[in-house]
Design a protein around this ligand. Structure first.
Ligand SMILES: Nc1ncnc2c1ncn2[C@@H]1O[C@H](COP(=O)(O)OP(=O)(O)O)[C@@H](O)[C@H]1O
Ligand SMILES: [Mg+2]
Length: 398
């Protein structure tokens, strides 16, 4: 008997998970210098000294998260074979979409003894959460490394980065030590931190530069060997995926996505090998698919604001202040027969959310000596994709 699935066999993939986002490679390739600098900065941990604070930065897809995970795994392993080292606790948190309170609460909950009820979501404030954090740190003792990934998405990063490194010198903790590892996709984030925070956090800065085509080929070859059945992936397909991604920010995540989607295209065509034509076809799908889904997930008004910023971009009027964006947004909302949100504050809240979600770049500006501060915003993605996605959504709803 034959059903809709009976003809399907796995011909291309030996282990597709190797190409999926959650896969953590056993080896980090082509990042020897960064790993060197990182291990140097971490070595104090091995001898029971207060850890150095470390800041990793570089554009998306350059291996920051992968390198940090790898280093933490290696450090954990190293600590277990050395008797003289303090107990080491590593806490890894992605700050994307979280508030300061959520981040501190998360840390507290990780530290609370087993069976204790979690720190309440409501009723207590961030200050209370910090107090509880310090109590728990001292209760447990040892060295605590806290990895804050995508910290540029955290609105009040300054407070976090001010508080934690000073906890010991301020006597909030005495029996434990804390080290901070901040990871940011965006370098302007660093410039916007207060001077005091900059000094402490930036004891060691490690910058991740874009991969060139040769480095991406090495990374892809490693994955291809593990992901595909022998000999189905052409060398030229790997070279193509590497070259396309090298041209476009040197992003390893994108290179791996191209390889995976290229393989899926080949699979669907029942091709025997993955070729550069399949990678070409994958390119358009990868770029657009990701962003389109993200845009579609936004509320109606958030989408109007994205559309406004795309239009301002086309006219060369970005970065723009929230007031300018509000005016454009009102026109956009009107044009769809929708009633715009009336207050500037509500537009600013949306801008702040969209920034947290990674759609926008936010620039802090100072107004000379009068001391006022304000923000300017622009899209952090191709405006054409916003406009086309909006068009598709509107057409589908007509
Ligand atoms: N040097 C590398 N060696 C092996 N895999 C890498 C390397 N750099 C990046 N990757 C892979 O590329 C993808 C994106 O890397 P990631 O660390 O998430 O980037 P970032 O955190 O800088 O945005 C992940 O799948 C990661 O495993
Ligand atoms: Mg990352």
């Amino acid at each position: 008997m034959s059903g809709p699935f009976s003809d399907i066999t796995e011909t291309i993939f030996a282990d597709k998970s190797v190409l999926q986002e959650s896969y953590q490679p056993d080896e980090i390739l082509e990042r020897d210098e960064e790993i060197d600098a990182f291990s140097h900065a971490l070595q104090d941990v091995l001898f029971g000294y207060e850890p150095e604070n470390i800041f990793l930065y570089g554009k998306a897809g350059l291996g920051k998260t992968a390198v940090a995970r790898y280093m933490m795994d290696e450090l954990r392993a190293e600590v277990t074979v050395r008797d003289e080292t303090d107990d080491l606790h590593i806490h890894e948190i992605n700050c994307n979409g979280k508030t300061l309170f959520m981040v501190v609460r998360h840390l507290v909950n990780e530290l609370l003894p087993e069976g204790a009820s979690p720190f309440p979501k409501r009723g207590l404030g961030t200050g209370d959460a910090f107090d509880e954090l310090y109590r728990q740190l001292d209760r447990i003792g040892g060295t605590h490394l806290m990895v804050f990934d995508e910290i540029d998405h955290l609105d009040d990063a300054d407070t976090l980065l001010y508080e934690l490194p000073r906890a010991r010198s301020n006597d909030y903790i005495t029996d434990s030590m804390v080290g901070i590892i901040g990871i940011s996709n965006n370098y302007t984030f660093r410039q916007e931190l207060s001077a005091k925070v900059k000094d402490t956090l930036m004891e060691t800065e490690i910058s991740f530069s874009p991969y060139d085509a040769g480095e991406l080929r090495t990374i892809l070859r490693y994955r291809a060997e593990r992901a595909f059945v022998d000999d189905v992936c052409d060398k030229s397909a790997i070279a193509k995926a590497a070259a396309l991604s090298a041209q476009d920010m040197g992003n390893a995540r994108q290179a791996i996505d191209l390889l995976r989607v290229g393989a899926e295209v080949a699979e669907r065509e029942q091709a025997d090998t993955i070729t550069d034509t399949h990678i070409e076809a994958a390119r358009t799908r990868v770029q657009r698919g990701r962003l389109q889904n993200k845009i579609r997930d936004q509320t109606e008004h958030a989408q109007y604001i994205l559309e406004t910023l795309a239009k301002l971009h086309e006219r060369g009027e970005v970065p723009a202040r929230s007031k300018t964006i509000q005016e454009g947004y009102e026109r956009v909302a009107d044009s769809y027969g929708s009633t715009p949100l009336t207050t500037l504050k509500s537009v600013q809240d949306h801008l702040s959310d969209l920034h947290m979600l990674g759609f926008l770049l936010k620039h802090e500006r100072n107004q000379g000596r009068s001391g006022g501060q304000y923000y300017e915003y622009e899209l952090d993605l191709d405006p054409m994709i916003v406009l086309e996605t909006r068009e598709e959504i509107v057409q589908a709803s007509e």
